[in-house]
Structures are given as structure tokens and as C-alpha cells.
Design a binder for this molecule. Sequence first.
Ligand code: GLU
Length: 433
Amino acid sequence: MATTPGRVRSAFKSGTPARVHRNPFDDVLEQIDRAAEVLHPDADALEPLRHARRQVIVSIPVMMDDGRLRVLEGYRVVYDNSRGPGKGGIRYHPDVNLDEMKALAAWMAWKCAIVDIPFGGAKGGVACDPLKMSDGELERVTRRYISEIFDLIGPTVDIPAPDVGTSPRVMAWVMDTFSMKKGYVEPGVVTGKPIPLGGSGGRLEATGRGLLFVTRETLRRIGHVLSDSTVAIQGFGNVGSNAAKLLHAAGARVVAVSDVSGAVYDPHGLDMPRVLAYYRETRQLRGFPGTELLDNQQLLRLPVDVLLPAAMEGQINADNASELRARIVVEGANGPTTPEADQILSKRGVLVVPDILANAGGVVVSYFEWVQDRYGYFWKEPEVNERLEEKMVAAFDAVWTTKEKFEVDARTAAYILAVDRIIEARSLRGLYA
Ligand code: GLU
């Protein structure tokens, strides 16, 4: 069902910048309400889901390379731990704030419930710009941040992982700081580590690989195949770049990818191995030969079968949702579509595969990493990938069945499934008083 680019070039005279997004935690509350309208849970069962279990803010004094002391703000939120220890990434980004952490932690709780792994949801971060910091500064920030939340994390308590602005290198410092303070090596305290420190084969590509499986299953449900589909991807970090690589390798025509420098577009399909090599060399996509340069807003409006937003929250909003021309949106980022945009897309018949299902591949392989760390025996990468596929397809089927049963959109179905599973766990445990 590959769509042709048509008059796309002339349509893109100017790009509208995305409107500054509202509080993402309001989106979480609205999405819970939407699931509750269908599920009709007991009000007492629902109310705890509207509150984070624990929210911590810490000060992180750090000596910068120029000899000046800066005090950064760090956060760690555990939203829910009824199904297991808190689980979720650490984000380093200038916009990190408590409401964003709460929203992201809640989404982690729903995500873990949907893919049925024994974790609750958590998220942490530091308000800083890692792109402007040296390795030494990043290490000092990480070690002090982990020292400040030391009592609140651990393999059975709350397990961090990479997120926007952090990497396996940062996770190595997390593992080392925690282990040094404990006095013994504890690899299970954090996932997304480098392989020699107890990381798992396949973890680096896991979110992208999960997106590949979910995209394939979605297309299959509507009678299409990857090899006859066009894809545009916003964002070229770990998630976007690996999704682009794997979708291309699986036969999809990836026509556009973007980073902060802009989007590169070729309606005939990009040669992804060459794009990846160019990006590795220049650290930007802009200037990749033989392509048209678009901005990020133009990318979102391309006439493609699959649009895969893999950047930040609120990118698809009331300002641009009516202009999207994709048939399917597969959310690689967390919270890329606002609730208003969701409604617009749903009325227009655009199928949105929600973040809490679509991008769960990362946390699924984090779970596998944690399991391997805890029993000290490691699987071969093909085994990890096979188990990931099994988990993603099962979660996809569960969401799709719920969607058909309640005649709702895929996001509401995912929320129904998650809320139902968490409420069940909470009710089985009862109230500790
Ligand atoms: N940061 C990733 C996410 O948002 C991975 C979290 C994890 O592996 O714990 O899903």
C-alpha cells in the first residue's frame, strides 16, 4: 500500500513550529479517565492510580570543568509498584521536571503491565544538557545523583535504565556507584549496561526491534506487509535510528528520518546503512547527499503508510493532527501524541499504536537483562530477540483483542488492559494499614 509522494514538495512552503506542550501529567489523568469510562472500576480502586507512590527531588552539586560549582535538580518517581519493583529510565535533558517525571513513570507502570513483566513504573532524571557537558561532568553528575537516591533504588526496589540523554556508559557509572557504596557488585540494580558489566545482548536495539514487530503486526491486521509500506521517522536517537535500520532491513521503504538538524527525505527510500554511516561521521542528518531537506514539522505531514515519532512528548498536537497524512502512527517516543490530537486522528481514521505498547521492547529486554543478572547466566542474542518477539506479539494481540471487545481505539484498549491488570494486583494485595 505504498503511497506516492504526490505534491508533497509544493505543499511544504513553511513549517509550523510545534506549540509548547501542556503538562504531560494532565494527559496521563485524561487517559486514565478514558479507560475508566469503559471499565467502570470501583472509584476506590481507581483513585490510587491517579497518584504517584513516591516523588523525590534532590539537589546535585557538581564541580564543572571551568572550576565553578553548579547545583542541578534531580528527580526519581516511583508511580506504582503493585506488580513488582519500580522500573524506568533516567533522563538527562534541560526540560526535565517533576510533572514530566510523574507522567513518564506512570507510562512505565502501564507499559510493564501491558507486556506482562513483574515491574511497576518509575522514572528519574536530571535537568541538564548532556550535549554541553564533558564526560567528566556527566560522570560526576551521575555519581552524585545516584548517591542521593541510593537508599531508594536496588534490584528489588527500583531499577533504573537509559532514557533520553543517557547511555550504557552512564548506566555503568550507576552500577559502579551503587556497588561501591554497598561493598559488593550488584549488576541487577540497573539495566541497559554495557555487556561486560552484565548487560544483555540485544538491549541496545531492543526498543527499535520491538517497534519493528509492532509495526509488522499492525500492518498485518489491516491486510498489508512491511515490504510494501513507506515509513517516516522523527528522531534519530537510539530508538529512531535502530527502528530505521531494522525496518529498512526488514524490507520497508524508509523515506524520511530526522534529528534536530532537520529531516532528510527521499520518496524512493533512503539507503539506511549509508545514512547511518553518514550520521556516525557527521553527527547530523542534514546534508545527506541526494535527499531533500525538510523540517521536523514537514516530516510529520508526509504522505506515508507509517509515521513513527521517536523524539519527545507532544509532537503530534492539535496544531498539526488534522494535517497528518500517515495511515498508521506507531509511537516510538513516550507521549508524542496529545489527547486532543488523538481524538482528531481517531475521527480521521488514522490508527495510532500507543507508546505504552509500541516502544515497550526496551523495557522487555531490560527485564531479560535483570533476570540474567540475577541468575548470573547469559543468553545468546538470538535467544533474547526471539523472547522479545514472543512478548511483543503477545502484548499486541492482547491489546488488539481488547480493542475489538470494547470497540475502542488502540490507546484506550492499552489503558484498559494496563489499568485492569494493576487494579487486580492492588486488590489482591489489599490495603496495608
Ligand atoms: N527508557 C525506556 C522506556 O521509556 C526503557 C526503560 C527501562 O528499560 O527500564 O521504556
